[in-house]
Design a binder for this molecule. Structure first.
Ligand code: UD1
Length: 427
């Protein structure tokens, strides 16, 4: 029942080093099951979703421990192929265990994953992709919540109807076992998928093409349980969404931020948007500097798209910053159907936002005022923290547990930049 208390109106200034990526750490943690061994994952973010994935790995027989930001997963004794229902429903990324357990054991049972309240998020593409590769899939339970799979991939070509990030990652892992080679077409090209490929290659698997729209996976000949155990050391890539959140926080407060450890090419569309809003951006190597004017102007029309387009995970933050930008902003959310969850709370703070289907029209107001607001999902929650930093007066953000799923110590990071934010616990 923790909440954030924020005194707004202070421009954020200073330097911040970006942490490891949630969306890379989670599939890679699942992938540690694919190859029995001791896997050291460096720069692993210490966030709630990672802790839940850690519990799932333990329930499957793995041993895990932390050394600062290095998570060590010893997957040599993984012997269980059923993911406990109570852990599955806490986090959507648990679906990756379907692919990795299939590769290792030739069978896997999961329960339909939980996750953010931002849309229906079915797993039909995961299931039909596996079936096309020769895996038997049985969906059971009163609500079709139990998914059991068995078999080894026979290989072949799967063309995804939509470049789903999770389905791409799941199919890559499932395809590691079995006799045939697999090609996945129209797959997602997010950089986190290339990071998964990097880890799998280190484990000795042959996966090529990640980061493009076609991936090739060489089958290993059978289930992987017969392979000798491996020892790996892998650095998780940087979190481009965390980086974007800090960039928006600095832009929205008229601040000046130097971000370290982030490749600018991962954030092209986000940087373009803040430049259109009037901020100066200097990027070189793995450093991005953003200098924001006191008041931003509208970025115009922004549409969320799969990578390399504007990321849906940065849309709630951009929407928040647009509430006080001069002029009219249109944001079209093309990936998830319910991703304006924080709109009602922003309106309480004085924002002028109309939504119609996929579109949000934001008319910039001179300022927001502090309010008691509730985070209902991860990125929408972070966006409310940004609103609090931008607003006049005091804002209380409840529902911090949603934010904890994907940000490590967001309040501490903001404090190092001069923001006035405290984490408190309800009595
Ligand atoms: C991943 C990211 C998430 C990000 C999203 C889109 C992780 C852990 N999470 O989520 O932060 O917001 O990519 O960039 O990496 N869909 C179906 N059927 C399926 C699978 C997906 O209809 O079987 C739909 C989804 O409902 C959604 C769209 O496809 O509308 C994109 O989903 P997907 O790319 O799969 O996102 P995730 O992998 O869940």
């Amino acid at each position: 029942m923790d909440y954030y208390e924020i005194e707004g109106g202070i421009p954020l200034r200073g330097e911040y080093r970006v942490k490891g990526a949630k969306n890379s750490a989670l599939p890679i943690m699942a992938a540690t099951v694919c190859r029995a061994g001791v896997h050291e994952l460096y720069d692993c973010p210490r966030i709630e979703d990672v802790f839940i994935m850690e519990k799932i790995l333990q329930a499957l027989g793995a041993r895990t421990y932390w050394q600062d930001h290095c998570l060590v997963v010893d997957s040599r004794n993984v012997c269980e192929s059923v993911v406990p229902a109570e852990l599955m429903t806490e986090m959507r990324s648990s679906v990756f265990l379907l692919g990795s357990l299939l590769a290792r054991c030739g069978e896997a049972t999961i329960y339909r994953p939980g996750g953010c309240n931002i849309g229906k998020r079915p797993i039909d593409m995961h299931i039909s992709g596996l079936q096309q590769l020769g895996i038997e899939v049985e969906v059971s339970g009163e609500y079709g919540e139990k998914v059991s799979c068995c078999g080894v991939c026979r290989g072949g070509t799967v063309t995804l109807p939509y470049p789903s990030v999770g389905a791409t990652e799941n199919l890559i892992m499932a395809a590691l076992s079995g006799d045939g080679d697999t090609i996945i077409e129209n797959c997602a090209s997010e950089p986190e998928i290339a990071d998964l490929q990097g880890f799998l290659r280190l484990c000795g698997f042959q996966v090529y093409g990640c980061g493009t729209d076609t991936v090739f996976i060489k089958g290993s000949g059978s289930t992987i349980s017969r392979m000798p155990s491996a020892e790996t050391m892998y650095f998780i890539m940087e979190d481009r969404i965390e980086a974007a959140t800090y960039i928006m926080a600095a832009a929205g407060t008229g601040g000046r931020l130097v971000l370290r450890g982030i490749r600018p090419e991962l954030l092209k569309e986000v940087l373009r948007a803040v430049e259109r809003m009037g901020a100066a951006v200097h990027a070189s190597g793995d450093i991005i500097e953003v200098i924001s004017p006191r008041r931003l102007r509208s970025p115009g029309i922004v549409v969320t798209e799969p990578f390399p387009g504007f990321p849906t995970d940065c849309q709630p933050q951009l929407l928040t910053v647009s509430t006080v930008a001069r002029g009219l902003t249109t944001i079209r959310e093309e990936i998830f159907e319910s991703r304006f969850t924080h709109k009602k709370e922003l309106i309480k703070m004085g924002a002028n936002i109309e939504t119609c289907g996929k579109n949000a029209i934001i008319k910039g107001v001179p300022f927001l005022h502090g309010e008691k607001v509730e985070a209902l999902d991860l990125r929408g929650g972070a966006a409310l923290v940004l609103a609090g930093l931008m607003a006049e007066g005091r804002t209380t953000v409840t529902g911090v547990r949603h934010i904890d799923r994907g940000y490590e110590d967001l309040d501490k990071g903001i404090r190092t930049l001069g923001g006035l934010i405290e984490r408190r616990t309800c009595d």
